[in-house]
Design a protein around this ligand. Structure first.
Ligand code: TMP
Length: 209
């Protein structure tokens, strides 16, 4: 059996990843692939407990604590879900992975790339996604979409309550990383129509099928 593929979706909050994930899942299932859809931080029992601490807007923590918890959740995710599924020949689609740590903890919180490189190497060695879609929106559009999702102000999490400049730095860092790893990370202009985004996603997916 051929090993599965690992696809990750990235973008600032409000970039529209969740809608695209559902569509991609259906597309790949239609092509006969067995799909595991997951997200970070989370995806395991322990990972979900860490997620609720990390996203709790009442919780404060040092940026390094935040990075360590993200990578701790990732270690579990790889061990319990991602690697076993890939070994079985399943395709794993994850709403966020390590690029998010470089963008949010690196760009957003200001942690050095060296420290994050060290954690990345410790937790995943040379393992990388086969394909990453980075959904690009401005912080203004991201914020507008978050405000329009209609689930109330109370549900704003610890990251979503950050200012526009934070998301500008996160975005800049995602774009820098996408250019550095252009063989793997595809930049998708997420302000385009759903139809044109889907056409593009399909074209790119076909390159790894
Ligand atoms: P989401 O699942 O709703 O996209 O939210 C997860 C939040 O966690 C999002 O604001 C980005 C943040 N995050 C990081 O800061 N670093 C990470 O490594 C990951 C995976 C997520």
């Amino acid at each position: 059996m051929s090993p599965g593929k690992f696809i990750t979706l990235e973008g600032i909050d409000g970039a529209g990843k969740s809608t695209h994930l559902l569509w991609l899942e259906n597309l790949l299932e239609g092509m006969g692939k067995s799909i595991v859809a997951t997200h970070e931080p989370g995806g395991t029992l322990l990972g979900e407990r860490l997620r609720s601490i990390l996203l709790d807007s009442r919780q404060t923590m040092h940026p390094e604590t935040e990075a360590l918890l993200m990578f701790a959740a990732r270690r579990e995710h790889l061990d319990k879900l991602i690697l076993p599924a890939l070994t079985k020949g399943e395709w794993v689609i994850s709403d966020r992975f390590t690029d998010a740590s470089f963008a949010y903890q690196g760009g957003g919180r200001g942690l050095s790339e060296d420290k994050l490189d060290g954690l990345e190497h410790w937790v995943q060695g040379e393992f990388q996604p086969d394909l990453t879609f980075y959904f690009d929106v401005t912080s203004e559009l991201g914020r507008k979409r978050l405000n329009n999702r209609g689930d109330g102000v109370e549900s704003v999490d610890r990251f979503e309550k950050e200012e526009g400049e934070f998301f500008d730095r996160v975005r800049k860092s995602y774009l820098k990383r996408a250019r550095k790893f252009s063989h793997r990370i595809h930049i998708i202009d997420s302000s385009q129509s759903l139809e044109s985004i889907r056409l593009k996603l399909k074209d790119i997916i076909l390159t790894i099928c």
